[in-house]
Design a protein around this ligand. Structure first.
Ligand code: TRH
Length: 348
C-alpha cells in the first residue's frame, strides 16, 4: 500500500428501522476517525442519519445520497456493500478499470450461529467480471469479523455522570430502591402490555425510560413511564449506562447493551418462518448467563409468558456474567480493526 489514505465507499440501503444505517454510520466513523481512511457513505434514505447523527455533516465521513447521486468516475480501494444491497452496475464496471481491483466486501448481519466463522472471509467470484467479493461476518467468536467498538469507549464511560444525565432530562435523582430501565423494542411486541402491568404492580418503584416513543409520561402504580427523545447514537450509550436493565432490539443496540455490561433483554428482529429463534438460541448458548436469561428472553420474543418477579429476582446475579461477557468480547480485535487488517492483507 502507498502512504495515501485508503479510500473507502460504503453503500447502504435502509430496509426499515434504524439498524442498517446505525451499523454503517458507526463503521464509517471508526474507519475515518480511528484508521484515517477517506470514507464516503452512500445511503438511499438520509432520514435515519438525521436522527442517529444530527451533526454528521461536520464529521470526517462524507455522506452522499444514493442512488440520486451516483459515484462518478473511479471507485475506492475498499468497497463495502452493506447487507447485500446491490451496487450500481456502472460502479461495478468501474471497479474493473483499476490496475488492481478494489477489496470488495459484503458486510453481513450479526449472528452467533456456529457456521459464521466458517463463512467469514470467503470469496465469491463475480460471474462475468474479473472481480471477487468477500463475505465479512461480524461475530462473537474467533474466526469472525468481531463487533463494532470504538477505541475511546472505556474513556467515555469513565467520564459519564449519571446524575447529570438524569438532571438534563428532568428526571428526579435516583431513589435507593428504584430500578431504572431503558426500553427499546418493536412496536408490536405482544409481551409488552403484560410486562407493563407487572411493573405497575411491583413492590418497589420502576422508572422506564423510553427513547423515541413519542408517548406522554404516565404513572401507574409503581411504574413511571418516561418518554425520551430519540437520542443521537453517541448519547444512546449514555442511556444504557444510566440504567440498571436495558431492553434492546435488532443488531446495533443489542451490541451496545453488551458493551454497557448491564443486565439486558434482547428482542431479536423477527424473520420469516421463525428463523430468528435459532439465532436467539445460538446467542443464549454462548452467553455465560444464557440459562438464566432464557425463559424471560424467550417470552419477550413471543414464546411463553414473561415472569417479571422471577426475572427481577435474578437481576443481581446477572451483573457479574454481563461484565465477564463484555470483558471477553472487548479483549479481541474490534470489527473496524478486523476489517482494516483484512483489507491490508489484500491491498499489499
Ligand atoms: O432499528 P433496529 O430494529 O434495526 C434492525 C436491525 O439492525 C436488524 O438486524 C435489521 O435487519 C433491521 O433493522 C432492518 O435496531 P438496531 O439494530 O438496534 O438499530 C437501532 C439504532 O438506533 C442503533 O444504532 C441504536 C440507535 N438508537 C439511537 O441512536 N438512539 C436512540 O434513542 C435509540 C432508541 C436507538
Amino acid at each position: 500500500m502507498t502512504n495515501q489514505p485508503t479510500h473507502c465507499d460504503i453503500f447502504c440501503v435502509v430496509v426499515d428501522n434504524y439498524g442498517d444505517a446505525g451499523v454503517c454510520w458507526r463503521l464509517a466513523n471508526q474507519l475515518a476517525g480511528e484508521h484515517g481512511w477517506r470514507v464516503r457513505l452512500w445511503i438511499d434514505d438520509p432520514a435515519p442519519l438525521r436522527l442517529l447523527a444530527p451533526d454528521h455533516a461536520s464529521g470526517p465521513v462524507e455522506v452522499q445520497p444514493w442512488p440520486q447521486a451516483r459515484p462518478g468516475n473511479g471507485c475506492a480501494d475498499v468497497v463495502i456493500e452493506a447487507f447485500a444491497c446491490e451496487l450500481p452496475a456502472p460502479y461495478v464496471e468501474a471497479m474493473t478499470q483499476r490496475p488492481q481491483p478494489p477489496v470488495w466486501l459484503n458486510l453481513e448481519y450479526l449472528s452467533a450461529e456456529s457456521w459464521v466463522a466458517g463463512c467469514h472471509g470467503l470469496p465469491s467470484p463475480h460471474p462475468r467480471l474479473p472481480l471477487r467479493k468477500h463475505f465479512f461476518f461480524p461475530g462473537f467468536g474467533p474466526g469472525t469479523g468481531g463487533l463494532l467498538r470504538e477505541r475511546d469507549y472505556d474513556e467515555k464511560r469513565a467520564r459519564f455522570d449519571a446524575a447529570a444525565f438524569r438532571a438534563e432530562f428532568d428526571l428526579p435523582p435516583k431513589a435507593v430502591d428504584e430500578l431504572t430501565i431503558s426500553l427499546f423494542s418493536y412496536p408490536d411486541n405482544t409481551a409488552l402490555p403484560g410486562l407493563l402491568a407487572s411493573w405497575a404492580a411491583s413492590p418497589t418503584p420502576i422508572r422506564v425510560l423510553r427513547p423515541g416513543s413519542g408517548e406522554a409520561a404516565r404513572t401507574t402504580g409503581n411504574l413511571s413511564l418516561y418518554p425520551l427523545p430519540f437520542l443521537p447514537q453517541v448519547r444512546y450509550d449514555e442511556l444504557l449506562w444510566a440504567c440498571d436493565l436495558n431492553f434492546v432490539r435488532g443488531e446495533d443496540s443489542f451490541v451496545r447493551a453488551q458493551w454497557a455490561a448491564k443486565p439486558f433483554v434482547w428482542q431479536i428482529y423477527p424473520q420469516a418462518e421463525d428463523a430468528h429463534r435459532v439465532k436467539l438460541d445460538a446467542f443464549l448458548a454462548l452467553h455465560p448467563a444464557g440459562e438464566q436469561l432464557c425463559p424471560f428472553w424467550h417470552a419477550w420474543n413471543g414464546v411463553g409468558e414473561t415472569d417479571w418477579p422471577a426475572f427481577a429476582k435474578s437481576l443481581p446475579g446477572l451483573v457479574a456474567p454481563m461484565r465477564q461477557w463484555a470483558d471477553t468480547l472487548a479483549a479481541r480485535r474490534d470489527l473496524a480493526a478486523e476489517l482494516v487488517h483484512f483489507c491490508r492483507e489484500r491491498l499489499k
